[in-house]
Design a protein around this ligand. Structure first.
Ligand SMILES: Nc1nc2c(c(=O)[nH]1)N[C@H]1C(S)=C(S)[C@@H](COP(=O)(O)OP(=O)(O)OC[C@H]3O[C@@H](n4cnc5c(=O)[nH]c(N)nc54)[C@H](O)[C@@H]3O)O[C@H]1N2
Ligand SMILES: Nc1nc2c(c(=O)[nH]1)N[C@H]1C(S)=C(S)[C@@H](COP(=O)(O)OP(=O)(O)OC[C@H]3O[C@@H](n4cnc5c(=O)[nH]c(N)nc54)[C@H](O)[C@@H]3O)O[C@H]1N2
Ligand code: SF4
Ligand SMILES: [Mo]
Length: 715
């Protein structure tokens, strides 16, 4: 074992290092073998108190990113466009100046709102992006801030804000002690959990079942998770709200509620859900009424139960109602904040309690074209394209993407792809040339995970057990490389100097001083000033991680952020949206409903250029029930055309009874060879992008994109 903090050299001797994987929210601890400056072996670290030796195929491939010849290591500038584009390496000084020029010019000539930012998923997995990137992003006064939040967990954050007073005060299923785990629209066997950091989900589920507990899954596809569940039910995409409300209805109707004393307004909830009967829910969703009633009773009777809903019930037209209902199921059965239920974490750095993250706010302003509401200072990414294309005051003319690929990850990506060509200036902070960054004038590539220190600020907050871990960089940073926090620091100073309307000098100097502190230094300070007793030197001595213990119950109402330390059970926004739900139109006729999927070996829109993850059977097919194929005279394996309101793709179809009849599925993050531009990805892996079919007009009241349940035809 190399001593903690030590980085390895290129001497060619095999060395063991403790590392961490940041490719998903599970944050597994790793044991890396390093030889000659390369990763030659990766195992899960059995001594890690949270991940307990777990690893998945993506973690095994972590060294491929470090060694990847396609990865950008120096800034590049684009010459030419589209298929003719050439990329030229330039120095850091020149690159940062070019980006600062482009941003400042746009703001000086066209105003703050003319500059837009998109923050993609890997920001949540980089310490420097969190300590420095967010601060720099917030320093821009533009309304056009976007992120992956609005194609993901926005309803969770909004409901956290509405019920508990903070967007990230989100109870986590106590999976290690629960006896009843009710899952809507999540596939942790493939995703390894989300808003629930649960490394080794398969092992933890086996333990749950071995102690007599049960997992019940609602999903329109018989997923990897559905297969290992004790019970799985198909539910028509986009209709979960009916099922969840009918469960609440049953709990009230049968007197099965036992809420805590700090919850107000449950009479109003009972009244609001009165007409969402199990029979009405069966009509809407296809889930039998008696199943809904039985599961509601089981949830109430279980000794520690947790309802949980993720992507499938967040990225749909009633995402907020769904996430509200999930919280309410836990609250009214008395399962919130109790052992075996949905619990709050007590991380060593309490980013929520200490106010490092804002509480969130809704509808303080609206988007220019469509009048869509902001949340937490961001607009829904579904409106980005129209903000770029619609002329007038405040039109977006420059874009900076940071660790994101919205051309593949946001609705109607094909239209966004075209819109990006019309920008005056585009830049990216990204380690790859991808379908979005290929539009950039300049790309600034930061170091990657193995070259930087890591402490997980967000995912300790969402983990199923309280632990703390600091992982020093495994490889030294090359002389020509920059950490992301250094890029943010340098960009801030350069842009600030160029802006005509400058921020007050004192504020600028304070920000600059703060940005000069490294993320690691900040973590040390945060630990020192916190109350957990965990210190950075302790963490350096124990790079495998320090166990704090199982989640603690009885923290409410003390930790609520609401003014009166009480929970108002029926927020007005939800009450209003129930009216919209009552009028929900259900699909008829020839249409099928399109949903997405994740695979254990896919990583959102990237990592499709490593053989390790892409070899074997292709997995980008459209999945469809055999009866739906028959009804259209189609055969398994045929290339079919899938058409939605916004677009059309051609893709191979695969027949499977794992799909609910009437529902088809495509994975997201594929569709790599646009306009024939090769991005280091083999032809057989390219696939098509589901987001060429998803519709930016379909939004939840929170502003989240309704990626799920898109009506399509297949021919
Ligand atoms: N239809 C449909 N669409 C979806 C989803 C779905 O389920 N269905 N899922 C949605 C969800 S949940 C999410 S989170 C989004 C994700 O979509 P995005 O936010 O676009 O993020 P990624 O696809 O992960 O793209 C990550 C980019 O970041 C770069 N990158 C990787 N590591 C680093 C790093 O350390 N620093 C920097 N600067 N760059 C890095 C990679 O090169 C890659 O190009 O997609 C969403 N889109
Ligand atoms: N291997 C791998 N792991 C990942 C990622 C990855 O790309 N690959 N991405 C990471 C990210 S960014 C995130 S946000 C998480 C997401 O984590 P999860 O939410 O667990 O992952 P998904 O596979 O998107 O699960 C959504 C499920 O909802 C179902 N579904 C679709 N529509 C509906 C509906 O209307 N109702 C119901 N009840 N179900 C529906 C889908 O069939 C799918 O099984 O995964 C993370 N982990
Ligand atoms: S589950 Fe896999 S991708 Fe996620 S952190 Fe662990 S090793 Fe990495
Ligand atoms: Mo995500």
């Amino acid at each position: 074992m190399a001593s903690p903090g030590q980085t390895c050299d290129d001497a060619g001797v095999a060395e063991q290092h403790i590392g961490v994987c940041n490719l998903c929210e599970a944050t597994c601890g790793l044991l890396l073998t390093i030889e000659g400056g390369r990763v030659t072996g990766v195992r899960g670290n059995p001594d890690d108190p949270l991940s307990r030796g777990h690893i998945c195929p993506k973690g095994v491939a972590i060294g491929d990113i470090h060694a990847d010849p396609d990865r950008l290591r120096r800034p590049v500038r684009r010459i030419g466009r589209g298929a003719d584009a050439r990329w030229e390496e330039i120095g850091w000084g020149e690159a940062l100046d070019l980006v600062a020029d482009g941003i400042a010019r746009t703001i000086n000539e066209h105003g703050e709102d003319a500059f837009a930012l998109y923050l993609g998923n890997p920001n949540a997995h980089s310490l420097g992006a969190l300590t420095h990137g967010i601060a720099v992003a917030q320093s821009f006064r533009t309304r056009n801030k976007y992120s992956a939040t609005s194609v993901d967990q926005l309803p969770h954050q909004l409901i956290g804000n509405l019920l508990y007073g903070h967007q990230l005060l989100l109870p986590v299923p106590d999976i290690d002690r629960t006896s009843y785990f009710l899952v809507f629209g999540a596939n942790p066997m493939a995703s390894n959990g989300s808003l629930m950091t649960v490394p080794d989900f398969p092992g933890r589920l086996r333990e749950l079942q071995a102690r007599g507990g049960r997992m019940v899954v609602f999903d329109p596809r018989r997923t990897e998770t559905a297969r290992v569940a004790d019970e799985h039910h198909f539910v028509r995409p986009g209709t979960d709200a009916w099922v969840l409300l009918a469960m609440l209805n049953t709990l009230f109707a049968e007197g099965l509620t036992s809420p805590a004393s700090y919850v107000d307004g449950l009479d109003a909830v009972a009244e609001a859900v009165a007409d969402f009967t199990p029979e009405a829910a069966e009509q809407a969703s296809g889930v039998p009424a008696e199943v809904i009633v039985r599961i509601a009773r089981e949830l109430a009777a279980a000794d520690g139960a947790a309802a949980y809903g993720r992507m499938g019930v967040s990225t749909q037209e009633f995402g907020l109602v769904c996430q509200w209902a999930v919280q309410l199921l836990n609250l009214v059965t008395g399962n919130t904040d109790r052992v075996g239920g949905a619990m709050l974490t007590s991380p060593a750095i309490d980013a929520v309690g200490r106010g490092l993250l804002g509480r969130g706010h809704y509808d303080r302003f609206r988007s220019r074209v469509r009048q869509a509401p902001e949340f937490g200072g961001e607009l829904p990414v579904s409106v980005l394209r129209e903000e770029i294309e619609t002329p007038g005051e405040g039109q977006v003319r420059a874009l900076l993407t940071i660790a994101g690929n919205p051309v593949l990850s946001t609705p109607d990506g094909a239209a966004l792809d075209k819109a990006l060509e019309g920008l005056d200036f585009c830049a990216a902070i990204d380690i790859y040339l991808n379908e979005t960054t290929r539009h950039a004038d300049v790309i600034l590539p930061p170091t990657t995970l193995l070259e930087r220190d890591h402490y997980d600020l967000p995912f300790h907050v969402l983990a199923v057990r309280d632990t703390a871990r600091f992982t020093p960089a495994v490889f030294p940073k090359g002389r020509d490389q920059r950490h992301d926090w250094e890029i943010f620091r340098d960009l801030y100073t350069r842009v600030a100097r160029r802006l005509e309307r400058k921020a007050p000098l004192k504020r600028r100097l304070m920000t600059e001083a703060r940005l000069r502190l490294s993320p690691t230094l900040m973590i040390g300070m945060l630990l020192r000033t916190g109350r957990s007793g965990v210190t950075i030197s302790q963490l350096r001595k124990h790079p495998e991680g320090v166990d704090i213990g199982p989640l603690r119950g009885g923290q409410l109402p003390g930790r609520l952020f609401t003014k009166d330390k009480r929970i108002k059970a029926l927020p007005d926004l939800v009450a209003g949206d129930l009216t919209r739900l009552r009028a929900q139109e259900l699909p008829t006729g020839d249409e099928l409903l399109l949903i997405g999927r994740r695979h254990q070996r896919d990583c959102n829109s990237w990592m499709h250029n490593t053989d390790r993850l892409t070899k074997g059977r292709p997995r980008h097919h459209l999945l469809m029930h055999p009866a739906d194929l028959d009804a259209r005279g189609l055969t398994d394996g045929a290339v079919v055309t899938v058409t939605s309101r916004v677009g059309k793709v051609e893709v191979e179809v695969k027949a499977t009874e794992d799909m609910m009849p009437g529902v088809v599925s495509l994975p997201h993050g594929y569709g790599h060879q646009r306009d024939g531009v090769r991005l280091g990805i083999a032809t057989g892996v390219a696939g098509v992008s589901i987001n060429d079919l998803t519709d930016p007009e379909r939004m939840d009241v929170s502003g989240n994109a309704a990626l799920s349940g898109v009506p399509v035809t297949v021919s």
